[in-house]
Write a protein that binds this ligand. Structure first.
Ligand code: PMP
Length: 463
């Protein structure tokens, strides 16, 4: 296309999109006949598409990101002011918003101490993986390079992050993967029947013991770290059962294994506390975060670690190989921390953690009521405003519904003006868990509108 481009001429925008955009995560064949959806504007909990249709966004920008809602003038202003002052400098030097945000963040994370800025959640995770490998070389003669990850967890789209990926659907066609990433079993109560020998009682401790079994099989002197999501997101919105985290912490301590918690989704309020791991009383060695850090107003992610880990990279200062030889160009953008400072202020001043917990309880109650009414819902689960409802063809066998039916529920909600998601990337073609992650500003009316839409959709799709 040529000619001047008027951003208000939305049919022209749709044409340009169809001609040139490769959208994420979707098959493009339908766009030969249907228009791609363009989201034009957002305010609070709501967004408007190219046809002017209003949607209540129950997934915070599609992927658990816009925690404080759309159209926050104070964040935009903070970013503008900072960019006019200094847009960028590489992180070998510091920046004013970088230092301020780091201090504020660490205040919320007792026991943690150092912030490493990156571009994305995948990259933040890779930084931790690299540190684990370097520690293995520095401290353990090149042993302890293995990184354990869990079935159903996800840590990113880059190849090493995918090597730590427990969702087979996403990985199916992208191997071979990086060596020394080793899978441990999932800890999903609802699907424990899929795990050989899982007990009726004390499943949480048993699931953690399976991690110990993998460590013993691999050799404890070869395992450097264990990487886990506090509540598994894309794998089906899974909270670990009682007893799990305490055993995980004991196991890590016993075998000198670093605990890496991936807070890319749960971080910065999503579960009703600043971080998901804080719900379970654990002390991680690495915490990675991205999406909610600046609610999508600027790209920012970070890897946070302890002073103990940091100090390992300070010894032998004359050795040119002994520090963390890593850089992330856009970790030096100042827009990210400037937005993140204001994002955090909003969460505090508007009491959004408490609102998240209260609205999460309300939504859980509504979903439980829907489960009474619709036998296709086999399980509802989650924490705070991070919830899922798993759809099954048969409650006794727990056979997932065909993914097309789950997608039909999403499409029906969309037609009603409510955007929800569907996930469970572990079994190709079986994404059967409706997922909900409205912004932390959600009101009781918003929550009820979301679950009413789901109620109507389930009635129409499943009768
Ligand atoms: N970890 C988790 C738990 C995630 O859900 C995601 C993204 N969905 C990532 C890591 C990767 O983050 P990014 O897309 O920013 O690389």
């Amino acid at each position: 296309m040529d000619g001047t481009f008027n951003e208000n001429d939305l049919s022209r925008i749709v044409e340009a999109d169809r001609a040139h955009i490769w959208h994420h995560l979707i098959q493009h064949k339908p766009f030969e006949t249907n228009d791609p959806r363009i989201i034009v504007e957002g305010k609070g909990m709501r967004v408007w598409d190219q046809k002017g249709k209003e949607h209540l966004d129950a997934v915070s920008g599609g992927v658990w990101t816009v925690n404080v809602g759309y159209g926050r003038e104070s964040i935009c202003k903070a970013v503008y002011d900072q960019l006019m002052k200094l847009c960028y400098f590489a992180q070998s030097a510091g920046s004013i918003p970088g230092a301020i945000f780091a201090e504020k963040l660490i205040e919320k994370m007792p026991g943690m101490s150092r912030v490493y800025y990156t571009n994305s959640g995948s990259e933040a995770n890779e930084k931790a993986f690299k540190m684990v490998r370097q520690i293995a070389h520095k401290r353990y003669g090149g042993k302890k390079t293995k990184i354990l990850y869990r079935d159903r967890d996800y840590h990113g789209s880059t190849l090493a992050a995918m090597s730590a990926g427990g969702q087979d659907e996403r990985n199916a066609q992208y191997g071979p993967f990086a060596p020394d990433f080793v899978r441990v079993p999932h800890c999903m109560e609802y699907r424990k029947h899929e795990l050989d020998g899982a007990p009726e009682e004390n499943f949480g401790e048993w699931a953690a013991d399976q991690i110990e079994a993998v460590i013993l099989r691999e050799g404890p002197d070869t395992v450097g770290a264990l990487c886990l999501e506090p509540v598994t997101a894309g794998g089906g919105v899974i909270e670990a059962p009682e007893g799990y985290w305490q055993r995980v912490q004991e196991i890590c301590k016993k075998y000198d294994i670093l605990l890496h918690i991936d807070e890319v989704v749960c971080g910065v309020g999503r579960t009703g506390t600043w971080f998901g791991y804080q719900q379970y009383g654990i002390k991680p060695d690495f915490v990675t975060m991205a999406k909610g850090v600046a609610s999508g107003y600027a790209a920012i992610a970070c890897m946070v670690t302890t002073e103990e880990v940091f100090n390992m990279f300070k010894d032998n200062a004359d050795d040119p190989l002994n520090y963390f030889r890593d850089i992330s160009t856009f970790g030096g953008c100042t827009a990210g921390p400037a937005a993140a400072i204001e994002n955090m202020r909003i969460i505090e001043d508007e009491n959004l953690l408490a609102n998240c917990a209260a609205m999460g309880d309300r939504m859980m109650g509504n979903l439980q009521a829907l489960m009474e009414k619709h036998k296709v819902i086999g399980d509802v689960r989650g924490k705070g405003l991070f919830l899922g409802a798993e759809l099954v063809a048969d409650r006794a066998t727990k056979e997932p519904v065909d993914e097309k039916l789950a997608q039909a529920v999403v499409a029906d909600c969309m037609a009603q003006g409510v955007i929800i998601g569907v996930t469970n990337r572990s079994v190709p073609g079986k994404n059967n868990t409706l997922c909900f992650s409205p912004a932390l500003i959600a009101t009781a009316d918003d929550i009820d509108q979301i679950t009413d839409a789901v109620d109507g959709a389930l009635g129409r799709v499943f009768g």
